[in-house]
Design a protein. Structure first.
Length: 147
């Protein structure tokens, strides 16, 4: 799956979450059942749509999370961190948001913040091998003597 497809899938998921929050729903449907595939959607458009979704349901983590992923795909690590932080504020037990924000911090060589996020993932998901691995990478690369 390409990064564009990942962003599109996130948009569809977020749209469903927003609609369910606004109108209620009994069963979560797959994107294939509800929305046609739009090959003209680009990352900037998706970011705008996620921002619109946030205006509609500002207390839901999913649009923030999806916007953060789109920012990462667009190469805007700083905005991704801000959006992941808001997603975490809305859903503090979201290990995936901590993991991705930690990866963004790792990309920026902000080792202490990356280590803190990966440690939180490990606390929430003790079997998450990727979090252990990335925490070790952050320690090895950026903090001499910590390994």
């Amino acid at each position: 799956m390409s990064s564009r497809d990942t962003v599109l899938e996130g948009f569809i998921t977020t749209t469903l979450v927003v609609l369910c929050a606004a109108f209620g729903c009994e069963k979560r449907q797959t994107s294939e059942e509800t929305l046609p595939r739009d090959d003209s959607l680009d990352i900037e458009s998706a970011i705008g749509m996620y921002s619109d979704a946030i205006q509609v349901v500002p207390k839901h983590a999913e649009p923030y999370y999806s916007r953060a992923v789109a920012h990462l795909e667009n190469g805007d690590v700083d905005r991704a961190i801000v959006a992941f932080t808001e997603a975490i504020r809305q859903r503090p037990t979201d290990g995936e948001a901590y993991y991705n924000r930690g990866s963004a911090y790792l990309e920026k060589a902000e080792a202490e913040k990356a280590i803190a996020d990966f440690s939180e993932v490990i606390r929430l998901e003790p079997d998450n091998a990727k979090a252990f691995n990335n925490r070790g990478i952050a320690r090895y690369r950026f903090i001499p003597g910590l390994v």
